[in-house]
Design a protein around this ligand. Structure first.
Ligand code: G4P
Length: 326
């Protein structure tokens, strides 16, 4: 896995979330509509299990509408879960969010039992934009209340609806390889943590099966069907990335062009994964992890002979070392 980063304030954010959760009625998870599965934080799923959830597929203006519909159906089939697509800067749809939260916690509301909502998401998913849209001219209230840590901000959305904001949180190890690439391509992971050429190659591999014709059109390429991903990136570089002395393609530049064009929506509205893709990748990631753990355990056993075979004695298993002849 080439993508490595320091998960920043993960520990303090995680602590703030788990401390606040007991009094939270609904958890909003802001996802990137272009990569809903990959932008969902598995740590958050663990922490918030059993809480009513609102999955917000943000940046839907950049995502494939058909696949957004597929993802929304996928989430809506889950217990205690609502889902909606959003462009965080659009005011009217952002208001639907409060209505969806109220529907998830119908017994909350009014001054005596205000609705308390926690909002979480990975960095760069659009949380600040959404909060600014929701707050409009109202200023954000910050943590001068006991129990509110610096890792959390309390916002008053309505007289009887509070929103607790948390910093963008990534998780320390991504088990799904494609997710690492998708997060990097979308801007969820800082530039220093990955190799752009590798990410661009993975991005092209994800995009071309569904949207290959758009790539052809954008870069005025002939049929790309016969090209491998590396050859396709080189072609793109020849058209846009510039050539190095000797006529070689500047692959670094080509990679930057591909990633920036994807982020800017220059390939049209694109979604990198379907619910089925993600379920399959997740299972593969888990299987790989299990194999790795088994290999590690076998190695440890080989290096450290099992004490129970080597020692004899009382019930506590502690006794005199025995020789092979014993
Ligand atoms: P964050 O608080 O979750 O970290 O994200 P933030 O709101 O800062 O948004 C990150 C970038 O995503 C911003 O772009 C923002 O304008 C853009 N963005 C947020 N929501 C949407 C959306 O629904 N649709 C689209 N198209 N863009 C959205 P930026 O200011 O250009 O920053 P950067 O991406 O260049 O860093």
């Amino acid at each position: 896995m080439p993508i490595q980063w320091f998960p920043g304030h993960m520990h303090s954010t995680r602590k703030a979330i788990s401390e606040r959760l007991p009094e939270i009625d609904v958890v909003i998870e802001l996802l990137d509509a272009r990569l809903p599965g990959s932008s969902a934080n598995p740590l958050l799923a663990e922490l918030t299990r059993g809480k009513p959830a609102l999955k917000v597929l943000n940046k839907q203006d950049l995502a494939d509408p058909d696949l957004t519909a597929l993802w929304l159906t996928h989430y809506q089939a889950q217990a205690d879960t609502q889902a909606l697509g959003l462009d965080a800067s659009a005011t009217a749809p952002a208001r639907q969010l409060v209505a969806a939260c109220r529907a998830l916690a119908p017994l909350r509301g009014g001054m005596v039992k205000p609705l308390r909502v926690l909002i979480c998401g990975i960095p760069n998913v659009g949380k600040s934009t959404l909060i600014n849209t929701l707050m409009g001219q109202r200023s954000a209230k910050t943590g001068d209340e006991p129990g509110i840590t610096k890792a959390e901000q309390k916002l008053v959305l309505a007289n009887d609806c509070y929103l607790y904001d948390t910093p963008g949180m990534l998780w320390p190890r991504i088990t799904v390889e494609q997710s690492g690439y998708h997060l990097a391509a979308s801007g969820g992971i800082g530039r220093n943590a990955y190799d752009e050429e590798e990410v661009a190659l993975a991005l092209l591999a994800s995009v071309r099966p569904r949207y290959g014709a758009r790539l052809q059109e954008r870069y005025k390429l002939a049929d790309i069907g016969a090209l491998g991903d590396e050859a396709l990136l080189a072609e793109l570089g020849r058209k846009r990335g510039g050539l190095l002395p000797g006529g070689r393609v500047n692959m670094q530049k080509a990679a930057e062009v591909a990633i920036n064009d994807f982020r800017a929506g220059a390939w049209g509205r694109i979604t990198l994964e379907t619910p089925d893709d993600f379920v399959r990748w997740w299972a593969e990631g888990q299987a790989r992890d299990a194999q790795r753990a088994a290999r590690r355990e076998a190695l440890t056993r080989k290096k450290t002979p099992d004490r129970s075979l080597r020692l004899a004695g009382g019930d506590d298993g502690i006794g005199e070392p025995q020789s092979e002849a014993d």
